[in-house]
Design a protein around this ligand. Structure first.
Ligand SMILES: Nc1ccn([C@@H]2O[C@H](COP(=O)(O)OP(=O)(O)OP(=O)(O)O)[C@@H](O)[C@H]2O)c(=O)n1
Ligand SMILES: C[C@](O)(CO)[C@H](O)COP(=O)(O)O
Length: 257
């Protein structure tokens, strides 16, 4: 666990965890955040990952719109202990990730100045990555994103409507891979910057903003990257569950996690 964040900043940093998605790409079953990894709900892993940072005083979990009570009950069964003892709030979410984050931000107390936004679907992010994001915000960056270089080459295609799935798609370009990064969460923000971005672009809900830093970019504010971590991958498809179980098994074997 990092001790980089001084105690004085602890009271001003909060994490918002959007956890209101269905997990359609994971296949049928409970909402994704409530599914178990090594016997513990994915959301609990994500909450612990945020609370593991000494800088994080409050974690706001954004639950499915009709599931806030169920999520509160679930989290009560996994109390935070020791270094992880942050305050926990649960609020109902919305129809899109952007709307869910906006509802989470609305629940933050007025004295919070630094906000992390972290997908429940990235349950295994290491605390050193969390602390690196927080440290960069505290050093003055208004928006900080953990990111990794790509391993696949990426092709660009033209926007198409009505094409059948699996139909061959014409390629229109190949962006230079060395200039691309795959971005993760937690993304960290100066609270006023993130509030302004969500307020200004609320009307654009569902129109292509796939992360919060993207809204800050649209504001014209600078966004910087810090190194991400391969264990911060997003559990999206069934194979990702296999990888997550393998990571947890390796952690147990290495250090009794
Ligand atoms: N209306 C929504 C949609 C998504 N999310 C959250 O945003 C994060 C990233 O979304 P994603 O991985 O796409 O999750 P789902 O939307 O659940 O997945 P899918 O698109 O496969 O249904 C997840 O923690 C998810 O719970 C949310 O809080 N509210
Ligand atoms: C925020 C994010 O995790 C950054 O990679 C990602 O954009 C979320 O996308 P999703 O389609 O909602 O999973």
């Amino acid at each position: 666990m990092s001790d980089r964040a001084p105690a004085v900043t602890r009271s001003r940093t909060a994490a918002v965890i959007p956890a209101a998605g269905r997990g359609v790409r994971l296949g049928p079953g409970a909402p994704k955040a409530l599914r178990a990894l090594s016997g513990t709900p994915m959301l609990v892993h994500a909450v612990r990952a945020m609370a593991a940072s000494r800088a994080v005083r409050l974690v706001v979990v954004v639950a499915p719109p009709d599931g806030a009570e169920e999520v509160r009950t679930l989290l009560d069964a996994y109390p935070l202990t020791g270094h992880d003892r942050a305050e926990l709030l649960v609020v109902p979410g919305g129809e899109t990730r952007q709307e869910s984050v906006r509802l989470g931000l609305a629940a933050l107390p007025g004295d919070i100045t630094t906000v992390l936004v972290h997908d429940a679907a990235r349950p295994l992010v290491p605390v050193d990555t969390v602390d690196a994001v927080i440290a960069a915000v505290h050093d003055g960056a208004p928006a900080v994103v953990p990111a990794l270089p790509l391993t696949d080459t990426v092709k660009q295609v033209a926007p198409r409507t009505g094409a059948a799935a699996g139909e061959p798609e014409p390629v229109v370009g190949t962006p230079e891979r060395a200039l691309l990064r795959a971005v993760q969460t937690p993304q960290g923000f100066d609270r006023r910057t993130l509030d302004a971005a969500h307020a200004k672009f609320a009307a654009a809900e569902g129109e292509g903003a796939t992360d919060d830093a993207g809204l800050v970019e649209r504001l014209g504010s600078p966004v910087v990257l810090v190194p991400g971590h391969e264990e911060a991958f997003k559990v999206t498809r069934p194979l990702d569950l296999v990888l997550a179980e393998a990571v947890l098994a390796r952690r147990r074997a290495n250090d009794g996690f």
